[in-house]
Design a binder for this molecule. Structure first.
Ligand code: AMP
Length: 176
């Protein structure tokens, strides 16, 4: 089958053994610095949810912010940052999640989303799915409705999509 995302894969750089030995980091900075590719990426992610009512787009710190903010504007939705613990100034809702070793915490302002709001969760990479699943739990606890997830790229061999269950999950580029 023809790979329609070859143009994009050329702008995603593999950095071996970063941030630690054995990890291949997917560096999207070449893509971000190409205005046509960046615009096309944002257009495709937003386009995948065009038919949906989306009130808020949540971006996950830090590279998720870069992609989520223009997707929010394209969908006519508000942008909400989901941050690492201790970074947000107002009252927060926190959610912890499992890492390979230990746990981490993500936070969102308590008034960032309201009950019944429809929320799209955006990040650069879907790897094991732990991060995105934690954000979806946070959205659930706040009484809002996670309509789906959008990623620039997915490391399918890590099986993260299964953690996101039946929610609509769109990735522009997939690495099998
Ligand atoms: P996970 O919770 O395993 O799905 O990891 C997703 C988060 O970690 C995202 O915020 C990504 O930005 C980051 N991440 C995980 N693996 C990679 C990778 N190979 N290259 C770049 N970022 C990654």
């Amino acid at each position: 089958m023809e790979d329609r995302t070859g143009w994009l894969k050329e702008l995603i750089r593999d950095v071996y053994d970063f941030p630690k030995p054995g990890v291949t980091f997917k560096d999207i900075t070449p893509l971000l610095s190409d205005p046509d590719a960046f615009a096309k990426t944002v257009g495709e992610l937003a386009g995948a949810f065009n038919g949906e009512v989306v009130d808020k787009v949540l971006g996950i710190e830090a590279r998720g912010f870069i992609v989520a903010a223009p997707v929010a504007l394209a969908l006519g939705a508000g942008f909400v940052p989901v941050r690492k613990a201790g970074k947000l100034p107002w009252q927060v809702h926190a959610e912890s999640y499992q890492l390979e070793y230990g746990t981490d915490i993500l936070e969102m302002h308590q008034d960032a989303i309201g009950p019944g709001e429809r929320v799209l969760i955006v990040d650069d990479v879907l790897a094991t799915g732990g991060t995105a699943a934690a954000v979806a739990r946070m959205v659930d606890h706040m009484g809002a409705d996670p309509v789906g997830f959008a990623f620039v790229l997915e490391l399918a061999f890590l099986g993260g999509r299964a953690k996101l269950r039946d929610r609509d999950t769109f990735s522009l580029v997939t690495y099998e």
